[in-house]
Design a protein around this ligand. Sequence first.
Ligand code: PEP
Ligand code: MG
Length: 571
Amino acid sequence: MKTIHGIPASRGIAIGPAFQFKKTELRIERHTVPYPPAENQRLEGALEQARRELALVLEKARGEVEAGTASIFEAHAMMLEDPDYLAAIQEKISHDALNAEAAAADATDMYAGMLEQMEDEYLRARAADIRDVGMRIVRTLSGQGGSPTHGLVKPSIILAEELTPSDTISLDKTLVLGFCTVGGGPTAHVAILARALGLPAVVSMGADILSIPDGCPLVVDGSEGTLLVEPDAASSSVKREQATSQAEKSIAARKQARQAAVTRDGQRIEVVANIGNVESARLALEAGAEGVGLLRTEFLYLERTRMPDEDEQYEAYRAILDVFGKLPVILRTLDIGGDKELPYLNLPKEMNPFLGLRAIRLCLARPEIFKPQLKAALRAGVDRNLKLMFPMVATLAEVRAARALLEECRLELAARGRPVEAMIEVGIMVEIPAAVIMADQLAAEVDFFSIGTNDLSQYTMAADRTSGSVSALADAFQPAVLRLVRAVVQAAHRKGKWVGMCGELAGEPLAIPLLLGLGLDELSMNPPAIPLAKQILRSLTVEEASQIAQAALEMENPDQIRDWLETNISL
Ligand code: PEP
Ligand code: MG
């Protein structure tokens, strides 16, 4: 047996076989062929195989996922029949005597490039679909297996160099028991997704995990941050018992999850969920969420190969709002950039993407992306309890510009005769130190704040949240970060505005007494964390919690704070 240590990223224990998630670069061979008709026949064979594969994918998508995702594959299937596109490939084979792989790649590039130049937004968006289809044809022709999950057929623990949010989203969750990655920090988006799915995960494990063969028995403990490779019988049985006891505790907490979180002295704290799509909305409601404190809309965009248009976004938001009825849903506008890339936006590469054109900055620079989202939200909010929230705000000017665009969208919709929600509360995420410093002025411009401790920690401590090597710095238990949280709450309350928290700290059992004591009005977390968070809140009084907070904020470092909380709070 071997034990590999990493950084705990998502609680829980998973036991199962290893599966290596390997990304391979697609190599495109290029040469001339002596007899083009034979090459055209080879192309025909590959097209047939690609059609069969797509039909299977489509059948699976229709059964398992949202209509939006299935429609992407429908569009791909149609493109495999597009006579102009197929004729362009055949022509390159017949006239230039090119091999089929190079002909397909070139025709795809030409066709997609043409679409990218179109005025019409819908046609422009088809370019990414054509590129996907083109790569499928090339993969089939060259026999390169392609998909990194090729061969994942039974529930396994995924081992990967790195997993991007879109890799994680595209994994078949019924076949994933847990994740381990070579690098990464505990508040990178892949870790957040693991928590949202309730799957154990450990990050920053080092390259050793890449030499573990597929099928090797493993135990991943996401609370401890360990991976046992070929565990002996005794260790396996200890882990199995721990897993059972954790499951029993969580079943007990779930029994009362639907009841409100009221402290022993009668203060009610709103406990809401961080979600990314309609499935997580349903899970959140079952887990006891009293609404949504953070709808990460970018996850809807990451699931696709092209930009969803206003109507598609309207459908997606409305479906989520329908799950919650009259309960509040805070829709955060697009937060792309940083570790969330959208390949089809073709954004220029930046040296420091977390400090670049991310989130509200990108949206203000590209109103053609932002306005359809705002319009979809305004339409979806009719007769529902929708609130809007802008991410990564650093200045008053950004809030004003975003609000002005919102107003513009409202007027444009009204001119189109569309019903829109008249009164939507607008808030901002406080996740940049500049926003904390300016919180008094910002509070006058918005209805609420939600503190994003994941980014607030990385920007305050100047420590990349996706990097394992500085994860001790990018830690929301740093007293510097906790003091900023206190400052935000005080500034907002002085202006009569409420403050929530939707960073990962809000769902951390040890932090909950501290956050109650700091005066947070709402805590938003991944759905699996809700039952226990409510149980902890019910066990405290506000007075006890504020003493805990005062003591913690005087301490010197995160370890001291955690140790002290562990000995003084019974969870
Ligand atoms: C945060 O930064 O704390 C946050 C909730 O937003 P995200 O993790 O999506 O950047
Ligand atoms: Mg953030």
